[in-house]
Ligand binder design. Structure first.
Ligand code: ADP
Length: 342
């Protein structure tokens, strides 16, 4: 800011000097010879005449130069007013070099970023409302149909199961949205404790037994001792989501491999399934909020799980990547510092 003010001050000084120089030169080369002729006439017009003419010339020159040099700032003032009215499409004309040019470029970058954040916010609200409305509408439809009566007991049970499933999905959606907004606003991992990550993973596999055991899935675990210090509640969300997905997208009777090791105070965990896989065009989006790869499987989730996982890993100073081959399976690889920062 100080550099900018210095540069503006220098521009102003340069403008005054240039306009004075110009009017001085005009005085020397135009008005003085003219004044000389006028003064040496029989009835001289007086010395004030060339002075007045010089001043009259200096005013438009200096006002033109200062208007040209102040134009970028004026454009930016106008653009700022448009932004405050919510118009993020506005841009200022870039050009030149130096601090003002840099400021114009940064201003345009800032406006573009504000615009895309606003778009993401609107997108989030639209998708969120849609995701919420759809199950509510179907629950209402099934409840009305049940109230009308005349259904066979099997049909009745089927509709009741459907209502229970959709309510479950809604409640999961609500808690995931709350968690994601909480973690997105959080800058640090929060409450940390010392525990064994390998034990936590084993416990999560057991907690999900009701989902994998009836489908004949097999778990193969190869976990070293992984002592760590981080937010265990958050990490539990990570394993429940990744293992839950591996189960969900595996074929019955498939194998899920989980391995973990510690190297140079970094923990690496990989979760591999032999399931349906992810299409290459989906792979780059799976960590986006509400993204669901294949619409035929969309009813099973809400597309928030991996966005949540990604945010938690990021907060813990780690990374997560995915590799997948359609029809062959998917591997998620996590790298986390054993002692999380913050
Ligand atoms: P969802 O609730 O749909 O599972 P996620 O955010 O957990 O949402 O996952 C986003 C998408 O990534 C899923 O809809 C699915 O298409 C894909 N996906 C995630 N994990 C796997 C996996 N292990 N195998 C195949 N596809 C997966």
């Amino acid at each position: 800011m100080r550099r900018l003010m210095d540069s503006t001050r220098w521009r102003f000084i340069a403008c005054v000097v240039v306009s004075n120089l110009l009017s001085g030169l005009v005085s020397i080369f135009v008005w003085m010879p003219l004044a000389d002729r006028l003064l040496t006439r029989e009835k001289p017009l007086g010395p004030w005449m060339p002075m007045l003419l010089s001043i009259l010339l200096a005013i438009p020159i200096s006002s033109f130069i200062s208007r040209v040099s102040a134009k970028p700032i004026q454009d930016m003032v106008e653009a700022t007013k448009s932004i405050s009215r919510g118009d993020y499409t506005v841009r200022v004309e870039e050009g030149g070099s130096g601090d003002i040019a840099e400021l114009l470029r940064s201003f345009n970058r800032m406006t573009a970023e504000l615009g895309s954040t606003e778009m993401m916010r609107n997108d989030f609200i639209n998708t969120f409302s849609h995701e919420f409305k759809t199950p509510i509408v179907s629950i209402r439809g099934f409840a009305r149909r049940l109230r009308r009566g005349g259904l066979t007991p099997e049909r009745q049970n089927e509709y009741l199961d459907f209502i229970a499933e959709e309510s479950e999905r809604l409640s999961k959606l609500a808690s995931n949205v709350l968690l994601i907004s909480r973690y997105e606003n959080q800058k640090l991992v929060g409450e940390q404790m010392d525990y064994d990550l390998d034990e936590q993973i084993r416990t999560c596999v057991l907690r999900l037994e009701s989902q994998w055991s009836p489908r004949g899935l097999i778990f193969e675990l190869d976990l070293a001792h992984l002592p760590c210090r981080n937010n265990s509640e958050m990490m539990e969300h990570v394993w429940m989501n990744l293992i839950g997905n591996a189960i969900k997208f595996s074929r019955d009777g498939g194998v899920i491999f989980i391995s973990g090791k510690m190297e140079n105070a970094f923990i690496t965990v990989s979760i591999r399934d032999e399931g349906v896989g992810i299409r290459p065009e989906d792979l780059g989006h799976i960590f986006d909020k509400f993204y669901q790869g294949d619409s035929s499987r969309a009813s099973a989730g809400n597309g928030l799980g991996l966005a949540l996982v990604h945010r938690i890993v990021e907060l813990g100073g780690g990374t997560i990547t995915a590799e997948s081959t359609v029809g062959k399976g998917t591997t998620f690889r996590l790298e986390l510092p054993a002692n999380s920062p913050g």
